[in-house]
Write a protein that binds this ligand. Structure first.
Ligand code: FBP
Length: 335
């Protein structure tokens, strides 16, 4: 008897049975994110044909030029959760402040934080793109969350994951019971289980970093990145450089093949570029759930106490041995 492919919805129901109450409402929340992924993937496939490439001419709260696709992706997330009762507040890389959903005040037990389109510099050149999401619980009755209510440590997330728009569209997530990957089968419009219980290798052979920023880095960062290029049999070095311009695509590669992605702080910008709440925290939990590590260089990402909605942090994420060595180099300790 040939194995019948397992759809996302069947898998979520199975998980629900295995963990009563743990993931009750998650099923529809994760399924709704899956729907967002299908809609955005459809737009991306035709983007050059339906005039949605290029910029809107506006800038976002990060001071970055907003791409038409950033806006379309952000609107798709909002529309998907505006109705549906699960979520009572949304926060996004593209929105200055938290958007409360008054219509879900009685039923909304969760807050959804997301980067609607990751890898914005890739939109117009047909390179990989992604989206990242983080889910927090909201237990207060009769009041809607505001920005300060979303300033929670990554260790408080109840679900996290990403959508990858590469040669195929994938949804990868965790609810604290391991990391699972689903590939969209466009001919039937279903996500099918393709990567169950992903485990990251303890050490890899690739590193992802924008070396164009080398001169901006502190000595510890330079020492670490230089060490990856020196021949060393015991660690399999030199490593190969693989930087796609899309954090989600680079982290997905690491999850399956091992290695490290670095977006270090800079001497003049010690907090780096990436955002804590909807980029670093969700990916850190996914990677940790797969046996990896995620650090600022001095502390675990999931232990960082957030101070602001769009706060940035340096990020070193990937195989445990690689991130441990990066931490040691940045702290001037020997591995
Ligand atoms: P966006 O969410 O605005 O795309 O920013 C994140 C990101 O694009 C990552 O996907 C990528 O790894 C990094 O920034 C690229 O930054 P840089 O161009 O500075 O190397």
């Amino acid at each position: 008897m040939v194995d019948f492919p397992l759809t996302l919805s069947r898998f979520l129901i199975r998980q629900q049975a295995a963990f009563p109450g743990a993931i009750g409402e998650f099923s529809s929340l994760i399924a709704q994110i899956g729907l967002v992924g299908k809609l955005i993937a459809q737009d991306l496939r035709r983007a050059a044909l339906i005039n949605i490439l290029g910029s809107t001419g506006g800038t976002n709260v990060q001071g970055e030029a907003v791409k038409k696709l950033d806006e379309i992706a952000n609107d798709t997330f909002i529309k998907a959760f505006y109705q549906g009762e699960l979520v009572c507040a949304l926060a996004s890389e593209e929105m200055d402040h938290t958007v409360p959903l008054p219509q879900n005040i009685r039923t909304g037990k969760y807050m959804l934080l997301f980067d609607p389109l990751d890898g914005s510099s890739n939109t117009d050149v047909n390179m990989p793109l992604g989206a990242i999401f983080s889910v927090l619980k909201w237990q207060e009755q009769g009041r809607l969350p505001a920005d300060e209510d979303l300033l929670r440590k990554g260790s408080e997330q109840v679900a996290a994951g990403y959508l990858l728009y590469g040669s195929s569209t994938m949804l990868v997530y965790t609810t604290g019971q391991g990391v699972h990957g689903f590939t969209l089968e466009p001919s039937i419009g279903e996500y099918l289980l393709s990567h169950e219980k992903i485990r990251i290798p303890s050490r890899g052979t690739v590193y992802a970093v924008n070396e164009g920023n080398y001169h901006k880095w502190a000595q510890g960062t330079k020492t670490y990145i230089d060490s990856l290029k020196v021949r060393d049999k015991s660690t399999g070095r030199p490593y190969s450089g693989r930087y796609s311009g899309c954090l989600v695509a680079d982290v997905h590669r690491l999850l399956l093949g091992g290695g490290i992605y670095c977006y270090p702080g800079e001497v003049d910008k010690p907090e780096g570029k990436l955002r804590l709440l909807y980029e670093a925290n969700p990916l850190a939990w996914v990677v940790e759930q797969a046996g990896g590590k995620a650090s600022t260089g001095t502390m675990r990402i999931l232990d960082v106490e957030p101070k602001a909605l769009h706060q940035r942090v340096p990020l070193f994420i990937g195989s445990p041995e690689d991130v441990r060595e990066a931490d040691h180099a940045l702290q001037g300790r020997h591995s």
